[in-house]
Design a protein around this ligand. Structure first.
Ligand code: MF3
Ligand code: CO
Length: 248
């Protein structure tokens, strides 16, 4: 069941989105060689609580932290801990917060110091793929148009999109219908309508799309060990087109 949001609800979600984005920007400035991933989690949790929000990931299906921190071949759901970032890593940070009952959800991949040309390209292409998907998030388009735009941009640059994890509707709950694959055929699938709010989140691998889940039950890596990047925005579909809610 898809829950359409009123303009007032979208306004609420913009506030939750702004908080998430502020957390990500602060963490992005903090990322550097020598930083422990648990430090990033502590900063995020403190910021969300100080703003009167709730970290939506913490306790979700037993997830133990307020953000996901996924390094290099880790795609998503990396658990912050003792790992120390080193020069040349790329680090994907995913953050969700609830403010006044509404959710915001966003992710970005950051370079740690100087990174390889391939890593730079992977991050740029994944960000562009998200932008291409968002561009399709407007009335009259269909879900397959979003997935197709993302897939075509990633694959035409020699990368692959993860199939086993997808984006999602979002509102009072973090995961609402519909699921939003990062692949698909144009002109197919659910027709998009004003009031839908979608978390669009391409995960792009430098190698193959296959994933594996580590023994901690969360950390999801590329099967071939290749690098992966992840960018996510919470986006409202309005009569005027897509509106990104996870902006500062
Ligand atoms: N952005 C991710 C998602 O939409 C984050 C969930 S992590 C979890 O699914 F720990 F909360 F599951
Ligand atoms: Co999400």
């Amino acid at each position: 069941m898809i829950i359409l949001k009123t303009a007032a609800e979208i306004e609420q979600m913009r506030k939750a989105g702004a908080l998430v984005r502020q957390v990500l920007e602060r963490l992005g400035r903090y990322v550097a060689p020598g930083v422990r991933t648990a430090e990033l989690d502590a900063i995020a949790e403190e910021m969300i609580l100080a703003a009167g929000g709730t970290p939506s990931f913490k306790g979700y299906c037993g997830y133990p932290a307020s953000i996901c921190v996924s390094v290099n071949d880790e795609i998503i759901h990396g658990i912050p801990g003792k790992r120390v970032l080193v020069e040349g890593d790329i680090v994907s940070i995913d953050c969700g917060a609830i403010l006044d009952g509404y959710q915001g959800d966003a992710a970005m991949t950051f370079p740690v110091g100087d990174v390889s040309v391939e890593a730079e390209k992977l991050m740029r292409v994944t960000r562009e793929a998200l932008e291409a998907g968002i561009e399709m998030a407007r009335p009259t388009m269909r879900l397959g148009d979003i997935g197709n735009a993302i897939q075509v941009h990633a694959e035409s640059n020699g990368f692959s999109v993860v199939r086993d994890f997808v984006g999602h509707g979002i509102g009072r709950r973090m995961h609402e219908d519909p699921q939003i694959p990062n692949f698909g055929s144009p002109g197919t699938g659910l027709r998009l309508r004003p009031g839908m709010v979608l978390a669009i989140e391409p995960m792009v691998n430098a190698g193959g799309h296959e994933v594996m889940i580590m023994d901690d039950g969360w950390t999801t890596c590329t099967r071939d060990g290749s690098l992966s990047a992840h960018f996510e925005h919470t986006v409202a579909i309005t009569d005027a087109g897509p509106e990104v809610l996870t902006l500062p």
